[in-house]
Design a protein around this ligand. Structure first.
Ligand SMILES: [Zn+2]
Length: 194
């Protein structure tokens, strides 16, 4: 049973109440961007108090500073004027539960959805899989504070990112909804004023 009819119906309801959101400007009104995980439990609009038009939200598995996330951040400041950035990872992230080696092995075995047991993921498919997974850096996480700090540092040191933009590092706690600062990350992301 597809979710398609539910999504289309929900969208019709949303559009019926769209109102003055049709007048929103393209550049984010509050001038900031958030890089965070795609985890379904995280709703950046709610946890950071965003309305439509307020901020850029860039999401991927883990909220990692991949080349593509940096592409979006560069567009965010260079063309659309954001002035502050957040990198927000979270507790209980799925990216902590496997390594490159594990996901490559699972994909080499089959393209079925793997099962998660007490000792990690295992494959339940019959194949064929593909070795293409060997060519992807999956950017898995072994420690959240380390991953946030590394990602903030990578963005900070990128040649296309100006030193004036402060980058804040946080971990969202899925048990409390709170954003917890990672001081080493925020320190690494501090702006350098001219
Ligand atoms: Zn996650």
């Amino acid at each position: 049973m597809s979710v398609l009819p539910e999504v289309i119906a929900a969208n019709a309801d949303y559009a019926a109440e769209f109102g003055d959101k049709s007048e929103l400007a393209l550049p984010p009104a509050r001038g900031f961007a958030v890089l965070t995980c795609m985890d379904a439990r995280l709703d950046p609009a709610k946890y950071a108090g965003l309305s439509e038009g307020d901020a850029h939200v860039i999401r991927n598995a883990g909220g990692r500073a991949s080349d593509d996330a940096i592409r979006s951040l560069v567009i965010s400041y260079k063309l659309l004027g954001t002035k502050e950035w957040f990198v927000i990872h979270h507790s209980d992230c799925g990216m902590e539960f496997f390594t490159d080696e594990v996901i490559r092995g699972l994909l080499a075995n089959s393209l079925e959805t793997a099962a998660l047991g007490p000792d990690g993921f295992h494959d339940v498919g019959t194949g064929p899989g593909s070795a293409e997974g060997d060519y992807i850096d999956w950017l898995t996480i072994s420690d959240q504070e380390t991953s946030v700090t590394e990602d903030v540092r990578r963005i900070r040191n990128h040649p296309l990112v100006p030193s004036r933009i402060p980058i804040y590092g946080y971990i969202y706690d899925v048990k409390s909804g709170l954003l917890v600062e990672v001081p080493s990350a925020t320190a690494a992301g501090a702006a350098v004023s001219d």
